[in-house]
Design a protein around this ligand. Structure first.
Ligand SMILES: Nc1ncnc2c1ncn2[C@@H]1O[C@H](COP(=O)(O)OP(=O)(O)OP(=O)(O)O)[C@@H](O)[C@H]1O
Ligand SMILES: [Mg+2]
Length: 437
């Protein structure tokens, strides 16, 4: 019975064991297939990623070698213009462009390649103007923001390079309603450029000395106040004091609504707020606007900008250059204004400047502030915050002393010399002025 039963149980167990073995095998096979499948998918994904990365790297290398070759063909913008068709935005890495635009929002200057600049300016096709340091072109960022690209002269010497660094280092991180924004720069062995926000109405110089008189006196008064606020920010409000050195109508740019922004910090100097005096090497500024201490062996402070701003105020009042050989009267305008003020005939100045009766009070204010700003002794010149308050009628303006007394001993013409010069030709102008003093 037992043996039967054991037999029976033995005969029953065999098929059942073989059934479970088959089931286990199937389960193992299924798990292996699934795991194998997952491994294959992971390997395929890794290979895909690697290939994509390699392709992207190769594309980047091509992009840079493309840039280099276009530069090799020539170093000037003209050469860039003729070195092939414009490169479309599609070829510019969109990913890095997104990063660039994000950095613009974070107010950090961006490093562009000359390839990008070529793309933004459609091969440097629209020239806006040129100055002592290079040529300015109109362009557009991929998101439609208009820009002005200043391509610096290729024969950049050490000083110019220093100025380039000053602009990128100090101004790239300086943001104010009345300062032109620096979006970025390009610093390649043969192409150095600065990328600014585009100012639709160009420079104040263009409007101030044109016979068209597109801007009325009230707007000019606003422009004077806005410019003063921009300089006040540089001197008194930003982290480090920044001395501009080259305040003049050509460096005040106007937005579409004629709001002013101070431009061109190429000569800017960053100084310690506590360290008020400093020495400078080489002539700076533009003749006619540069304070006496800039071309005489005297200590220089931020007050040299106040002097230049005063000269700008005279030109705003007269709507003429301070020293204009083409005019019948060869007199230096600031000194003539002083002479009229001294004998109580400021009205004559305003009548000749064609200023309407309703603006006379504001205009007289500008005249007096200008006379204060151009005082010979820097410590007698007001601070820019005081200038703003005086221009806005919030601070009483005392009668200024004669700012030009020091000139009695010198030839007036030599001091006002070359007032139409640009920054770059100042060295010779300064040399002339100081040799004749
Ligand atoms: N951000 C800008 N937006 C619009 N136009 C500009 C901009 N920057 C410069 N320009 C124009 O380009 C021209 C040349 O400017 P640039 O600064 O090179 O020379 P400048 O100011 O005349 O002389 P300097 O070299 O002494 O500063 C100017 O007439 C100015 O109107
Ligand atoms: Mg300029």
């Amino acid at each position: 019975m037992e043996s039967n039963s054991s037999n029976t149980s033995g005969s029953n167990s065999t098929p059942s064991d073989s059934g479970s073995t088959t089931g286990n095998d199937t389960a193992i096979a299924i798990v292996l297939i699934i795991v194998g499948g997952i491994v294959i998918v992971i390997i395929a994904f890794i290979i895909y990623k690697c290939v994509k990365k390699c392709l992207r790297r190769r594309k980047r290398v091509e992009l840079h070698s493309g840039t280099a070759s276009s530069i090799d063909e020539g170093t000037t913008p003209n050469n860039l213009e003729t070195s092939g068709a414009a490169v479309g935005f599609s070829q510019v890495e969109l990913e890095s462009m997104d990063r660039f635009l994000a950095e613009i929002l974070q107010e950090r200057p961006i490093k562009f390649t000359s390839f990008h600049l070529k793309s933004f300016t459609e091969n440097f096709s629209e020239k806006i103007g040129s100055g002592g340091f290079g040529v300015v072109y109109k362009g557009q960022l991929p998101n439609g923001i208009p820009i002005a690209v200043k391509v610096l002269n290729s024969n950049m010497d050490k000083r110019a390079e220093e100025q380039f660094m000053a602009e990128v280092g100090t101004i790239g991180r300086t943001y104010h309603l009345h300062l032109v924004r620096l979006y970025g720069f390009c610093f390649e062995p043969t192409v150095k450029a600065l990328v600014y926000e585009y100012m639709e109405n160009g420079s104040l110089e263009k409007h101030l000395f044109s016979s068209e008189k597109k801007i009325g006196f009230d707007k000019l008064n606003e422009i004077a106040i806005g410019t003063a606020k921009g300089i006040r920010y540089l001197h008194e409000e930003c982290q480090h004091r920044i001395v501009h050195y080259d305040i003049k109508p050509g460096n005040v740019l106007l937005t579409v609504s004629f709001s002013p922004k101070v431009a061109d910090f190429g000569l800017a100097k960053l100084c310690d707020r506590e360290n008020t005096h400093f020495t400078i090497t080489g002539a700076r500024g533009t003749p006619g606007y540069a304070a006496p201490e800039l071309w005489m062996p005297l200590p220089v402070t931020h007050k040299c900008d106040v002097y230049s701003f005063g000269m700008l105020l005279f030109e705003i009042i007269g709507r003429r250059r301070n020293f204009d050989l083409e005019l019948q009267s060869k007199e230096w305008y600031p000194r003539w204004v002083w002479q009229k003020f001294e004998i109580g005939e400021i009205d004559v100045v305003l009548t000749i400047a064609d200023i309407e009766e309703k603006y006379r009070e504001k205009a007289e204010r500008i005249c007096k502030v200008a006379l204060w700003c151009v005082q010979y002794r820097p410590d007698e010149r007001p601070t820019m915050s005081s200038v703003v308050r005086m221009l806005e009628g919030e601070q009483e303006i005392k009668d200024p002393a004669d700012p030009f007394q020091y000139m009695v001993a010198h030839s007036l013409e030599s001091i006002a010399t070359s007032s139409t010069g640009t920054t770059a030709d100042y060295s010779s102008g300064a040399a002339r002025a100081s040799s004749s003093l």
